[in-house]
Design a protein around this ligand. Structure first.
Ligand code: 5GP
Ligand code: ZN
Length: 117
């Protein structure tokens, strides 16, 4: 995969012992968040370093599709497909992004509210 030095998510992709893995396929890795904000909080990342949605290109479509496949798989595996789950992608600092490797938060196990904070 294309990686960036000093990116914690690239480090986890390269050494899966650094996180608790929830799901993996050719294009995607999903692992438990180190600082969960819900009973179930998993981070789904493409196995390619893109800072966020701004850097997506047409050639990355397989990675995007796999992120959603990962989300569905996690939802069914953890049996929250019926009770509900929220998928969040923060892009840039004002949206709350702190790790600049594209990722989708998978959140479940409690009620969520709208609009988000
Ligand atoms: P962001 O704020 O960029 O949308 O989300 C980054 C997420 O990555 C945060 O929820 C944060 O807790 C999580 N995170 C940051 N560093 C690590 C790490 O080293 N391991 C794991 N498992 N999660 C991390
Ligand atoms: Zn990265």
């Amino acid at each position: 995969m294309s990686e960036k030095k000093s990116c914690i998510f690239c480090e986890i992709i390269n050494d899966k012992n650094k996180a608790r893995i929830a799901y993996e396929d050719e294009h995607t890795l999903a692992f438990y968040d180190i600082n969960p904000v819900a009973l179930i909080h998993i981070v789904i990342v493409p196995k390619i370093h893109l800072a966020n949605v701004n850097e997506l290109e047409d050639s990355n479509i397989d990675f995007v599709a796999s992120m959603f496949t990962a989300a569905k798989n996690v939802a069914f595996t953890l049996k929250v497909n019926s009770s509900g789950y929220r998928l969040v992608i923060n892009n840039q600092s004002s949206a709350g992004q702190t790790v600049f490797h594209l990722h989708m938060h998978f959140l479940a196990g409690r009620d969520f509210f709208w609009p988000p904070g």
